[in-house]
Design a protein around this ligand. Structure first.
Ligand code: NAD
Length: 469
């Protein structure tokens, strides 16, 4: 439907900077319409009265419609945000349909009520939908992150207003088409493309029951504060500055092979990027050399070329931000080992940056403390393992340890305060809870645990006659 808002967003291709489409942006009036539609579908419409099995059937049709568009969606997102095409096929092509299938299977055939004995009779415990969900997502894995909220929300019987980032505006049209083809009832999924000011109106709209936010810690603080004021449920999936800890007995080849996903996945535009690499002094030079040669050998170029392992940054603004951090590193005491600017081959088209490695970085340095969200890695020596494990960072999203002794690795995993942690590899498992400690957020997405985000419990006290025989 045509929005009331008159602002038009020009979508630019990350690899060329050229226009690839336009998207009409919503204004506060459109947000209000979307929330009202979601409210109506929940309170009056069919969705609020569906059984989990009926919802699972709709979700499976939605998954099939997305699968039919998987190739189109993955190509488009690669053009929008620079994600290498193979990765985009997994996260924007396969994952959204996979998540719908997964949550449909979890609720299909389940009962929303259970009865348990109580002191004076029995209690019926009901799992009810949390209500209208405002889902606010970033540009780095747009369709997978949208679906990490939509799929468990629909499974629990919620309705959704999705506000994607304008930096990846165009792929949401594919999502909307698929939902339409699958026959989602009107008002169940509403997509409003808007910037942060209009997004703020969604967060505080009186018709919203829960905010599911993924994005920066700075925005998360504002959104969390508003939700606190309104006593509105919220989950916050925020930024990170995670560390890989290489131990004395680590296998350098295993570590090197793991860098693709631990440090450089999606041109390091990944919240779980381990942009701090901690190595013992006895192995320090070897680790610096492994990271630097790996970074220098990454193939920087157009993300649609399957041979490319590092695409451009998602926007010119983001490129400037990443280059600003590189400059901060260059003017500090840190030692630039490889990279350090724009690749000469890039010319002036596309938002490319050289994969960059700094060694001897002081942990107080801004490039060790702040999330850069681009291929800029800091390698730091440590003296005692306890220092490395203490993980002196405001964030607590991800991390990994590299050791010949997996038992020791698991022991370290138990001690580090992060939401996810890898032993000799790092790979997000969509079947398990994912999220952050400390400044990396509140709550977990993915896995069966995510259903809790969209559930309200109600206890109904009744007579003992209700107890099953
Ligand atoms: P961002 O915070 O700038 O924006 C994220 C989304 O929130 C966008 O849709 C934006 O328009 C909206 N927004 C921003 N301020 C808002 C406000 N006050 N009210 C309502 N909406 C608002 O983040 P970004 O640059 O799009 O994404 C990168 C960030 O996302 C990084 O910090 C990254 O670590 C984080 N991220 C976290 C996870 C996770 O699971 N923890 C996953 C992916 C990305």
């Amino acid at each position: 439907m045509k929005p009331h808002g008159t602002e038009v967003h020009r979508a630019l291709e990350a690899a060329t900077g050229e226009a690839i489409g336009t998207a009409a942006l919503a204004d506060e009036y459109d947000i209000d319409l979307a929330v009202r539609a979601a409210r109506k579908a929940l309170d009056e419409g069919p969705w609020g009265r569906t059984t989990p099995t009926e919802r699972a059937a709709v979700m499976r049709r939605f998954a099939a419609a997305l699968t039919a568009r998987a190739s189109e969606a993955s190509t488009l997102v690669s053009r929008e945000n620079g994600m290498p095409i193979g990765l985009s096929e997994a996260f924007n092509g396969g994952a959204p349909a996979g998540l719908l299938e997964m949550y449909a299977a979890m609720v299909d055939g389940t009962d929303i009520e259970s009865v348990r004995p109580a002191a004076l009779g029995a209690t019926i415990v009901r799992r009810e939908p949390v209500g209208v969900v405002a889902a606010i997502t970033p540009w780095n894995y747009p369709l997978a992150l949208a679906m990490s909220k939509i799929a468990p929300a629909l499974a629990m019987g919620c309705t959704v207003v999705l506000k994607p980032s304008p930096d990846t505006a165009l792929d949401s049209y594919i999502l909307a088409d698929a939902a339409d083809e699958a026959g989602l009832p009107a008002g169940v999924l509403n997509i409003v493309l808007a910037g942060r000011e209009t997004g703020a109106a969604l967060v505080s709209h009186p018709g919203v029951d829960k905010v599911a936010f993924t994005g920066s810690t700075a925005a998360g603080r504002i959104i969390g504060a508003e939700c606190g004021r309104l006593i509105r449920r919220c989950t916050l999936e925020l930024g990170g500055k995670s560390a890989s800890i290489f131990l004395e007995d680590g296998d350098i080849d295993v570590f090197r092979a793991g860098l693709a996903s631990s440090a450089f996945q999606n041109n390091s535009q990944t919240c779980a990027t381990q942009a701090r690499i901690l190595a013992p002094r006895s192995r320090y030079d070897e680790v610096v050399d492994a990271v630097a040669t790996y970074a220098a050998e990454l193939v920087v170029g157009n993300p649609l070329d399957p041979a490319v392992t590092c695409g451009p940054m998602a926007s010119e603004r983001h490129l400037e931000r990443v280059l600003g951090y590189i400059e901060a590193g260059r003017t500090s005491d840190a030692r630039l080992v490889t990279g350090g600017g724009r690749p000469s081959s890039a010319g002036d088209r596309g938002w490319y940056v050289e994969p960059t490695v700094f060694a001897d970085v002081d942990n107080k340095n801004v490039i060790a403390r702040e999330e850069i969200f681009g291929p800029v890695i800091a390698v730091m020596p440590y003296d005692g393992e306890d220092d490395a494990i203490a993980n002196d960072s405001n964030y607590g999203l991800a991390g990994s340890v590299w050791t010949a002794d997996e038992d020791r690795g698991i022991e370290i995993a138990r001690r580090v305060r992060t939401g996810t942690f890898g032993v000799n590899y790092y790979s997000t498992d969509l079947m398990a809870p994912f999220g952050g400690m400390k400044d990396s957020g509140i709550g977990r997405e993915f896995g069966p645990e995510a259903l809790e985000n969209y559930t309200e419990y109600k206890s109904v006290y009744v007579s003992a006659d209700r107890l099953p025989n």
